[in-house]
Write a protein of this length. Structure first.
Length: 544
């Protein structure tokens, strides 16, 4: 054996002979460094331990995370707010060192650490955290307060009448409902292409039926709006006022579309454009009656409140806004979405508004209080379409994930859904029927009197009084067609008709050569309109 090798083995044997297990010797790491060990002088060893203790104390001190607050604290203690080459992290470390020095000075003076300055820093850090979690709001104007009161006065009687009507409908036998809805499904299968019309040099982004179903409004990416007769689709007039694509179109509730009865001051139509403006239109002139300006981004959708006194708009500036139609003033700028707001919809009573956008989140807002009453979480892509059922508590949402989902406010959750299209669901409309709630409501006026809102916003008392619920009950209660089906359009170039009972596909209408961007249903369910990238407006109907 090599001498060096032998010596190593002999040494290992000697260690073994002592009976000590070198691999399992207990270690005490929490000990004072003995004087003179490893050649370190006692003074130097004490300084090292003191430095470690100082670092532990500094790490335990809470300092503000906001750089502005750090600078302010440095200034309060008489130190420069910044040094050459110092960043925000270095500044926080410097402030921590200063606070450690203050703590040591307090201990030297015989003060408890909590008596003077150090705990103040902890309190400030807690206050900063509370400020981050504090709910932010902007105080509203007196005009907004009055609008909320008006909306409450308008919506509560309508909701009461709706509930009474639903109680009456609950007495209809289930067999009658099943037979009625089966007949509707069979009839919907007869829809087919009736006519097509080019409505712009660029894609047609949105189309909406007039309240009486005799006219279609179609907005295109060139900024123009064409009014087309139904069912011939002949162009009646072109409205020009937007410099960018028309995103939103909405008819005034009960708007008059007859030139013989409309006045010059009457408001019949509202539109939103890509330049951020909202125009109000009358059928007697091809220029806007009024313009709302305020959005800093593209206006994607506009909707009249059921009363006609207010208008809501959704925009790419991440807000939706509420406007007073009579005064052309902005009443509410509502934030709440993290990205662009694309679509909005009022419920039939006018008390709630649904908003959805490119953050894939929908929100239900109570217009009487300003609070969010429900959040629609379930889509994984952008929400492009929202619409309410006539029952007042269900809302549909369509998104870029190809799904249409149904949400129930009573249960505060989703209650159904269907993979409606192979691509984006660009728009959807729930059939609301001719059985408008106004037909059996005690009043449709925002005011407390007996008048109703005229088309031009003035109050009229010449209209015949609407039927009350008690009058409606004199006739046998029959199932209604409203709320039994909905229509959606998508980027798979199809217009689909779905049953609202079991979410089954009733009929798929093919005819567009490009993506479908918008759909709508006439009040009598005789016509379905659609438009899209192929620059056409198509009318789908049932052959008599």
């Amino acid at each position: 054996m090599h001498p060096a090798r032998r010596a190593y083995v002999e040494e290992a044997q000697e260690d073994t002979d002592t009976g000590i297990d070198l691999a399992n010797i207990p270690l005490d790491r929490d000990h004072d460094l003995p004087a003179g060990i490893a050649g370190i002088a006692p003074e130097k060893a004490s300084a090292i331990l003191s430095q470690f203790a100082r670092k532990r104390r500094a790490a335990a001190i809470a300092v503000p995370t906001d750089d502005g607050r750090v600078r302010a604290r440095l200034r309060e203690h008489g130190h420069p707010i910044t040094l050459f080459g110092e960043d925000s992290t270095d500044r926080r470390d410097r402030l921590r060192e200063i606070l450690v020095e203050l703590e040591e000075q307090q201990e030297a003076a015989g003060l408890a650490p909590g008596e003077e300055g150090v705990d103040v820093e902890m309190e400030e850090a807690e206050q900063e955290e509370e400020a981050e979690n504090e709910e932010f709001y902007t105080e509203g104007t007196q005009a907004l307060l009055e609008a909320r009161r008006n909306i409450a006065r308008f919506s509560i009687p309508r909701a009461k009448a709706r509930i009474e009507r639903q109680k009456e409908e609950s007495t209809i036998p289930l067999r009658t409902h099943i037979k009625h809805r089966k007949a509707i499904k069979e009839k919907l299968q007869d829809f087919d292409l009736y006519g097509s019309q080019i409505a712009g040099e660029r894609p047609v982004s949105i189309t909406r039926f007039a309240p009486n179903g005799e006219m279609l409004a179609a907005g295109n990416w060139g900024g123009g709006i064409k009014l087309l007769n139904v069912p011939t689709l002949e162009e009646k007039v072109t409205l020009r006022g937007h410099t960018d694509r028309v995103g939103g179109l909405t008819w005034f509730p009960g708007a008059t579309v007859s030139e013989s009865t409309v006045s010059e001051s009457a408001i019949n139509l509202a539109s939103g454009g890509g330049e951020g403006n909202i125009h109000l239109w009358s059928l007697t002139q091809d220029t806007p009656v009024s313009t709302f300006s305020g959005h800093s981004g593209r206006v994607c959708r506009v909707e009249f409140h059921p009363s006609g006194q207010y208008l809501a708009s959704a925009s790419y500036d991440t807000t939706w806004r509420l406007w007073d139609v009579a005064t052309s003033s902005e009443l509410l700028l509502q934030e709440g979405h993290s990205r662009e707001v694309y679509t909005i919809a009022f419920n039939p009573e006018g008390s709630l508004l649904a908003s959805g956008g490119l953050d894939s989140i929908g929100r239900i807002w109570d217009l009487r209080t300003g609070r969010t009453v429900m959040i629609l979480e379930g889509h994984v892509r952008e929400i492009y379409g929202l619409d309410w059922s006539v029952d007042g508590y269900r809302v549909l949402s369509g998104a870029g994930d190809g799904w249409v989902k149904c949400w129930d406010l009573r249960q505060v959750r989703g209650v159904g859904g269907v993979g409606a299209h192979k691509g984006v669901v660009s728009d959807l409309r729930w059939y609301k029927g001719t059985e408008s709630q106004a037909s059996y409501l005690p009043s449709t006026s925002l005011q407390e009197g007996n008048g109703t809102m005229a088309v031009d916003g003035s109050e009229s008392s010449s209209s015949p009084p609407p039927l009350s619920p008690s009058t409606a009950t004199k006739q046998p209660i029959q199932p209604k067609k409203s709320g039994t089906f909905f229509v959606s359009g998508g980027f798979d170039k199809n217009v689909n008709i779905f049953s609202a009972d079991d979410w089954s596909l009733v009929k798929s209408l093919s005819g567009h050569s490009g993506n479908v961007l918008s759909v709508d249903i006439s009040h009598d369910a005789k016509w379905i309109a659609s438009c899209g990238h192929d620059r056409t407006v198509k009318l789908w109907g049932i052959e008599p």
